[in-house]
Design a protein. Structure first.
Length: 143
């Protein structure tokens, strides 16, 4: 099936998709801050440009969109392949997954602990709060 819009229109649409400050990321940032954790955002000197970085704890949180990063949970409805231009989308999402995996391996190799939170799971604020607390430990200065 051919695309319904031309390449220039698709390019315009894709250029408007942001990678920072989206609703799921903002929700995680609000929860972490409310719990008393302090963090850095989008450190470009780290592989994968993590969403939230807790340097003193050597911990990182990635907030993944289920569509763009292909959430493997079968109950997640957002992790699908569009019916138009399937070959393009499969390749695109496969590259995203490979890039995520490479960044995670490199971060863990250099001593960072990584938590991935998925867009669909963030809707449950209590579960997200529990996951953050379990991952980061008690708030306050890291010892």
């Amino acid at each position: 099936m051919a695309d319904r819009i031309d390449a220039a229109a698709r390019s315009r649409n894709m250029s408007r998709i942001r990678s920072k400050g989206m609703k799921p990321e903002m929700a995680v940032r609000r929860i972490a801050h409310r719990l008393g954790y302090r963090f850095r955002l989008h450190r470009r000197d780290l592989p994968g440009t993590p969403d939230l970085v807790f340097p003193a704890r050597r911990k990182i949180i990635f907030v993944h969109g289920c569509f763009w990063h292909r959430h493997a949970d079968p109950s997640c409805r957002a992790a699908h392949t569009p019916r138009s231009n399937e070959v393009y989308w499969e390749a695109k999402i496969a590259r995203n997954i490979a890039r995520d995996d490479a960044a995670r391996v490199e971060l863990e190799r250099t001593g960072w602990n990584v938590l991935e939170l998925w867009e669909c799971g963030i809707k449950n604020a209590e579960a997200t709060e529990r996951a953050i607390r379990n991952f980061l430990g008690p708030p306050g200065p890291a010892s």
